[in-house]
Design a protein around this ligand. Structure first.
Ligand SMILES: Cc1ncc(COP(=O)(O)O)c(C=O)c1O
Length: 472
C-alpha cells in the first residue's frame, strides 16, 4: 500500500505494520471457534451498506410511525398522555437504570424504599389499605385480582361462588380475566344513559355471585352514579366489588374508589401515571385492595396468598417513573391533572356536538363517545378514523365500547393545549364535511401513508411479520 501522508495513523495499515484491513486475513482467525461473521448466503452483507445508509434507513422508518411527540393521540380509554422528560431523566440515572435483580440486596435497599413509597402513594390516592406493585399490565392486574377473589371465597368455604357480573360496556379484558380463573360471566346491560342501574342488576344478585367488575368512570367516560348502591347490594350477597381503574386519570383527588365500596382495583401506571405505553413500555398494572383481601395478595406471606405474579422487583423501570411523576406534581397537581383531563374532553364534546352525534347525553368526564348515526353516504366510523390520518392525526378509538353503534371514542388527556385541540376539531370537522362532498376519499383513506387501506381482518388472521428477500 502506498502511503501519501506520513503519520502513525496513515501508515498503520502498511505491510510491515498490519492494520484493520489486514485483520480479516489474519491466520489467527482460523483458530476461533466461530467463523468470521461474513454473510455468504447471497443476501448481501452489511459490508455493502454504509453507515449513513443504515442511519438514514432507520431514521426514515422511525418517522413513518405516529407518536405522541408529534401530535395528539386521542385513543379513548388508553390515556395516551405526554410522558414527562423528567421521569426519563430520573430513570436514566445508572443507579436506577442498571438495577439488576441479582444485585446484593443491600444495593437494592433504596429501590425497595422507592417501591414502598410508591405503594403508600397509590394507597393514599385510591383509598385502599394496601397495594401490590407486581402485575405487569392492567389486564394482568385484573387477573391477579380475580385469583385473589377466588382465593378469598375458597378460604371461606365457598367454591360455589362462581359468577362474575360484568356490564356490557366493559373492556374485553374483564370477562377474559374472570373466565381464565374459571368464573362464569353474566353480562349486565347498561341503562339508556350509558350507566348501570341497580334495578337492572338485581335479578342477577344471588348467592352464586363472586364479584362484580365495574369500570368507573366507565368506558363511555361517565361516572357510575349508582356505584355505591350497587357495591352495597353485591356485598349483601357475599360478593366482592372489583373496580377497573383504567380511567383513574379522571378521578385523582376527586374520589377514592376504596372509600365508596370497591374492594380491589387495578391502576394502569402507563396511563394515569405517565409511564410509556405498549412497545415503549413495558406496562405496569399495580392493584389496590382492602385489608380483607390482604392475606391473598401475591406478596402475602400467608399460605393462602396466590404467590408471585412477576419475578424479582417487577417493572422497576416503570415504578421509578411513576414515583417521579407523583412527586413532581404532589396531591394538588394530581387533582389538577384530573380536572384538566375532564375540561379538555368536555371542550371537545361541546365543539364537536354539532358535527357528530353523541352516544349518550350523560355528562362526560375524561373522554367522549360519538356514534356513526347520521354519517352520510355509507361512510363509517372506521373511514373517519382512516381519513384523520391524512390530516395528521392518530385516529381515536373506533368500535369500542362495543355496545355503542359505530363508536368513536376520544380522550384528549390533560397534556394537550387548546391550540392542539382546535387543530384536531378542525381536522375532524373537515373529514365529516368530506363525507358529504367526497365520500370515496374517506372510503379509500389513508392516502398519505406508505401503505394505504389494508384488509385488516386478513392482516389480523394471517399475520406475517417477517420480511423475506426475493431471490434473484
Ligand atoms: C377499561 C380498561 N380496562 C382494562 C384495560 C387493560 O389494560 P392493559 O392494556 O394495561 O392490559 C384497558 C386498556 O385499554 C381498559 O381501557
Amino acid at each position: 500500500m502506498r502511503t501519501i501522508v506520513e503519520s502513525p495513523i496513515f501508515t498503520r495499515a502498511t505491510e510491515d505494520k498490519p492494520g484493520f484491513s489486514a485483520i480479516a486475513d489474519d491466520p489467527a482467525l482460523d483458530r476461533l471457534p466461530l467463523p468470521f461473521p461474513e454473510r455468504t448466503d447471497g443476501v448481501g452483507g452489511f459490508a455493502q451498506t454504509t453507515e449513513i445508509e443504515v442511519i438514514r434507513h432507520y431514521t426514515r422508518l422511525s418517522t413513518l410511525n405516529y407518536d405522541i411527540d408529534r401530535g395528539l393521540y386521542p385513543l379513548g380509554s388508553c390515556t395516551m398522555k405526554h410522558n414527562p422528560r423528567l421521569n426519563e431523566k430520573v430513570a436514566a440515572d445508572p443507579a436506577w437504570r442498571d438495577a439488576h435483580p441479582l444485585w446484593p440486596s443491600r444495593w437494592l435497599s433504596a429501590h425497595h424504599r422507592i417501591m414502598d413509597e410508591l405503594r403508600r402513594d397509590l394507597a393514599e390516592i385510591s383509598g385502599f389499605d394496601e397495594v401490590s406493585l407486581l402485575p405487569a399490565a392492567g389486564a394482568h392486574g385484573e387477573l391477579t385480582a380475580v385469583f385473589m377473589i377466588r382465593a378469598y371465597h375458597l378460604s371461606r368455604g365457598r367454591p360455589d361462588k362462581d359468577v362474575f357480573l360484568i356490564p356490557d360496556s366493559a373492556h374485553g379484558t374483564n370477562p377474559a380475566s374472570a373466565a381464565m380463573a374459571g368464573f362464569r360471566c353474566i353480562q349486565v346491560k347498561s341503562g339508556k344513559d350509558g350507566t348501570l342501574r341497580l334495578a337492572d342488576l338485581e335479578k342477577h344478585l344471588d348467592d352464586r355471585v363472586a364479584a362484580i367488575m365495574i369500570t368507573n368512570p366507565n368506558t363511555v367516560g361517565a361516572y357510575e352514579p349508582e356505584f355505591s348502591a350497587i357495591a352495597d347490594a353485591v356485598h349483601r350477597v357475599g360478593g366482592l366489588v372489583y373496580m377497573d381503574g383504567a380511567n383513574f386519570n379522571a378521578i385523582m383527588g376527586i374520589f377514592q374508589p376504596g372509600k365508596i365500596g370497591a374492594d380491589i382495583m387495578h391502576f394502569n401506571l402507563h396511563k394515569t401515571f405517565t409511564t410509556p405505553h405498549g412497545g415503549g413500555g413495558p406496562g405496569s398494572g399495580p392493584i389496590g385492595f382492602n385489608r380483607s383481601l390482604a392475606a391473598f395478595a401475591p406478596e402475602a406471606p400467608s399460605p393462602e396468598g396466590i404467590g408471585p405474579v412477576k419475578a424479582y422487583l417487577g417493572q422497576w423501570g416503570m415504578f421509578i417513573r411513576a414515583w417521579t411523576y407523583i412527586r413532581s406534581l404532589g396531591g394538588v397537581g394530581l387533582r389538577e391533572v384530573s380536572e384538566e383531563a375532564v375540561i379538555n374532553a368536555n371542550y371537545l364534546r361541546a365543539r364537536l356536538s354539532g358535527t357528530l352525534n353523541l352516544a349518550f347525553e350523560c355528562p362526560s368526564l375524561h373522554e367522549v363517545v360519538f356514534t356513526d348515526r347520521g354519517l352520510p353516504n355509507g361512510v363509517t366510523t372506521g373511514d373517519l378514523g382512516k381519513r384523520l390520518i391524512d390530516h395528521g392525526f392518530h385516529p381515536p378509538t373506533v368500535y369500542f365500547p362495543i355496545h355503542v353503534q359505530g363508536a368513536l371514542m376520544i380522550e384528549p388527556t390533560e397534556t394537550e393545549t387548546k391550540d392542539e385541540l382546535d387543530r384536531f376539531i378542525a381536522a375532524l370537522q373537515a373529514v365529516v364535511a368530506e363525507a358529504a362532498s367526497d365520500p370515496e376519499k374517506l372510503k379509500s383513506a389513508p392516502h398519505t401513508t406508505p401503505v394505504s387501506r389494508v384488509d385488516e381482518v386478513r392482516a389480523a388472521r394471517t399475520l406475517d411479520l417477517r420480511w423475506m428477500p426475493v431471490s434473484e
